[in-house]
Design a protein around this ligand. Structure first.
Ligand code: ADP
Ligand code: MG
Length: 384
């Protein structure tokens, strides 16, 4: 059964009636621009063909009941629980958080019954969290006829995750999941929050992106993330700029000369050069030179591995194996210390590259990776 049918079947079985509609939101992957978001910089994510589907109908009692195929037990809550971050916990907090964010924004959110099914792997860095938030948001906006233009959805979904769930994420995930467009990547300026659709016609170029789920255990990811973030903030202060975004590549050497220790210099070099790589990738894509972006992807990986030091052996193995098997470029995607790798490959070679990565993993005794070939797909939609 496909994911939309599973959501419908789950709804029928749970509630004994037909849903009023179904809403689908994709996972996302970041093509390039890592650890640039909190430095006021640039990112370039795109929406995946894997989706989370929410089947929903209004509930006359004004309460919310949500069931997910990931859990046997449905969770029910009312306005009192939704209005107090922390009252609903576990996975249903992502749903209660959306109700909370909408109510806090002044909307009269309709009570609803919801059933969730998903093809987005959970906790792999492909943003199953933004997918469930965005699908629920779209469902509630439609069911309630709420006056909320789509430009405002990413911020509200982010608030649900930051302030209700308590996960400190940036605006990238929700922007990609909500605003993504088939055949395009989303160029996002994290300082101004301006977005631009950039043609990313893999299909036309007979290319594909292979996504490898490294299955590496997340080792100290939270602490290391916080440390990188602090390091960047201190470096910006030392350089007298608001954020590392304000250091241009042309001024990098001069900036590095003003920094005391080698580790800080390498961290700064990653962020400054990574921002430039995003801009260079956008320029190549605008010119239709999709394949030529490969070396920028690989340079991004080398920078994360050697300067920002956020990769792990499984991730480096996947990148090296993909490149050896003929990928045009490959890099870790996401915050690091695990998560996924993406590789730009000939569409016809995707299976062979995936097999080469799986073999390299086996040789080193790593848990077998997950592999998946993707094209940039559309953001949140109503299915009917
Ligand atoms: P990622 O976004 O990379 O997949 P996160 O840790 O940010 O990882 O979000 C994963 C969490 O989101 C899950 O642990 C769960 O609480 C919630 N979630 C995501 N998708 C679903 C789903 N289909 N059903 C229930 N909860 C989900
Ligand atoms: Mg997430």
């Amino acid at each position: 059964m496909n994911v939309a049918d599973r959501a419908t079947a789950g709804f029928r079985q749970r509630y004994g009636v037909e849903p009023a509609g179904r809403w689908a939101a994709p996972g996302r992957v970041n093509l390039i621009g890592e650890h640039t978001d909190y430095n006021d910089g640039f990112v370039l994510p795109f929406a995946l063909p894997l989706r989370t589907v929410v089947a929903a109908a209004p509930a006359p009692d004004g309460r919310w009941t949500v069931w997910s195929e990931l859990d046997d037990e449905p969770v029910e809550f009312g306005a009192a629980e939704a209005d107090e971050p922390g009252r609903v916990d576990g996975w249903a907090a992502y749903v209660a958080g959306v109700v909370w964010a909408l109510r806090a924004d002044g909307h009269d959110v309709p009570g609803a019954r919801l059933a969730v099914a998903s093809d987005v792997p959970v906790g792999s860095g492909l943003s199953s969290s933004a997918a469930i938030e965005s699908a629920v948001l779209a469902a509630l906006v439609d069911l309630g006829g709420l006056d909320l233009p789509a430009e405002r959805w990413p911020r509200l979904a982010q608030r649900a995750e930051n302030d209700y769930v308590g996960a400190p994420t940036g605006i990238m995930d929700q922007s990609a999941v909500i605003r993504g467009r088939a055949g395009h990547a989303l160029f996002l300026d994290c300082r101004t929050e301006e977005v631009e659709q950039i043609p990313f016609d893999l299909d036309g170029a007979r290319l594909a992106v292979l996504v490898v789920d490294s299955r590496a255990p997340h080792r100290h990811a939270d602490g290391e993330y916080a440390a990188r973030r602090r390091g960047c903030e201190h470096a910006a202060t030392a350089l007298g700029v608001t954020a590392l975004r304000d250091v241009p590549v042309a001024g990098l050497d001069a900036a590095l000369a003003r920094l005391g220790d080698d580790e800080t210099r390498r961290r700064v070099r990653h962020v400054v050069t990574e921002n430039q790589r995003v801009l260079d990738t956008v320029a190549l894509l605008r010119a239709g030179r999709v394949r030529d972006t490969g070396p920028l992807l690989t340079a991004s990986h080398v920078s994360m591995r050697d300067d920002f030091e956020i990769t792990v052996p499984e991730i480096d193995t996947a990148v090296e194996a993909a490149l050896s098997a003929g990928a045009y470029g490959a890099r870790m995607t996401g915050g690091g210390f695990g998560g996924c790798v993406l590789a730009l490959v000939d569409a016809g070679a995707a299976d062979a590259v995936a097999a080469a990565v799986t073999e390299a993993y086996a040789e080193r005794g790593f848990t077998a990776p997950g592999t998946l070939t993707v094209l940039p797909s559309s953001g949140v939609t109503r299915l009917g």
